[in-house]
Ligand binder design. Structure first.
Ligand code: PLP
Length: 394
């Protein structure tokens, strides 16, 4: 065949999350939405803040050629300035300057750009399993090999010894995602510091540079846990961010890559980020939503609805005897399957119209992810089905 076989294979590969979500849509049409308990997709159930709408309305008053015109490839300077100022207010003076930021079409583009900016063919990138499945696609298409390292099986914090053991002279980056999808864990400062010193030790022993890629779309969605600022712990950090979750704007595709000024390769990395954006065609993020950022960068995330869902779900499932990891952030609950094969457990759940995502798609057997970014009623009304599911294993 004359077309690109690798790309064709990625197109043909099924995403479990998308498949289950499509099944949920079809099933709802068949039997009624209220009878299907769809916990598959990470689509925020909280509406975007009113300030977003107000900002869009203000922007609509601009002359059309300006409103819809190209911006610089890396984004409008005034917007990057607003984002940088916000980061410096939150994480300390000098955290970021406008020139350290490259605006993107969401975290997907931020991560693709970052991998393309740092890896050479044959390099390795370590991910902490369970992990967001698209990481593998973005890593492999950048020319690197995706190396899975399981998280600590009890706490789901980074297993630092396992990461250290997986590092080779080809290791170019380690990706961390905290608050975590799919587990809901938040990596503690002590865990991140231990990881940072293992990376520093490996870099000096091997004479290499290993970057820590901090994927942080859930940074603001937490239930009291501290989310340490990763560049403050490890200087070779690159931060990937999006407003998909914090401002509930997943369809608008807006986020950024930050190369912190403390990164020793800062200037070259920034050029590589711009070059990767150019190479991938990821230039000039959506202009309207760049402008929205300038107005809404400090809007707090509405975490209350997720907190309420989280309580209802964890209290309900605990009462029924399910084991799970107490989520400290994001909007996912990681529940132990009631048999070793998570796919089989999922099939049994599906018969009761319960639709979580089996853990195999996240690179880890034996669990399911229950996305609780859903209406509160979905959680409450799903409890009898969870009860039947547990009873079917007794
Ligand atoms: N990283 C993680 C951990 C995610 O959960 C997601 C989306 O769900 C992304 C990246 C991609 O985010 P975006 O929609 O901003 O591209």
């Amino acid at each position: 065949m004359s077309i690109n076989e690798k790309s064709r294979a990625y197109g043909a590969q099924k995403s479990s999350i998308r498949e289950i979500s499509a099944y949920a849509g079809a099933r709802k049409a068949q039997i009624g939405a209220e009878k299907v308990f769809d916990f598959s997709l990470g689509n925020p159930s909280v509406p975007a803040p009113d300030a977003v709408r107000a900002s869009i309305e203000r922007a609509l008053a601009l002359p059309a050629t300006q409103l819809h015109g190209y911006t610089p490839a890396s984004g409008l300077p005034s917007v990057r300035e607003a984002v940088a100022a916000s980061l410096s207010r939150r994480f300390g003076e000098g955290t970021a300057a406008a020139g350290d930021l490259y605006l993107t079409c969401g975290a997907a583009a931020s991560l693709s750009i970052t991998f393309n900016a740092v890896v050479n063919d044959g390099d390795e990138v370590i991910v902490i399993a369970p992990y967001f499945p698209e990481y593998r696609v973005w890593i492999e298409t950048s020319g690197a090999t995706c190396v899975e390292v399981l998280a600590d099986p009890k706490t789901f914090q980074v297993d630092v010894e396992a990461v250290a053991a997986a590092i080779t002279p080809r290791t170019k980056a380690v990706v961390i995602n905290s608050p975590n999808n799919p587990v809901g864990s938040v990596y503690s400062r002590a865990n991140l510091e231990a990881l940072a010193s293992a990376l520093r030790e490996a870099c000096s022993r091997l004479g290499t540079q290993i970057y820590l890629v901090a994927d942080e779309p859930y940074r603001e969605i937490t239930y009291g846990a501290e989310v340490p600022w990763v560049p403050g712990v490890y200087d070779r950090t690159i931060v990937c961010y999006s407003y998909s979750k914090s401002l509930s704007l997943p369809g608008e595709r807006i986020g950024w890559v930050l190369v912190p000024p403390t990164n020793p390769e800062h200037d070259d990395l920034l050029l590589a980020v711009a070059g990767a954006g150019r190479k991938l065609g990821f230039v000039c993020a959506p202009a309207l939503f760049q402008r929205v950022l300038a107005d809404c960068v400090d809007c707090p995330s509405d975490v209350e609805a997720y907190a309420r869902n989280r309580s209802a779900l964890t209290e309900g499932l605990a009462r029924l005897g399910y084991e799970f990891i107490e989520p400290q952030g994001a909007f996912y609950l990681w529940v132990k399957a009631l048999e070793p094969d998570a796919e089989k457990f999922f099939e049994r759940a599906r018969e009761l119209e319960l639709l979580p995502v089996p853990s195999d798609s996240f690179g880890c057997p034996g669990w399911v992810r229950v996305g609780y970014c859903v209406p509160y009623e979905t959680i409450v009304n799903s409890m009898p089905a969870w009860e039947k599911l547990a009873a079917s294993y007794r």
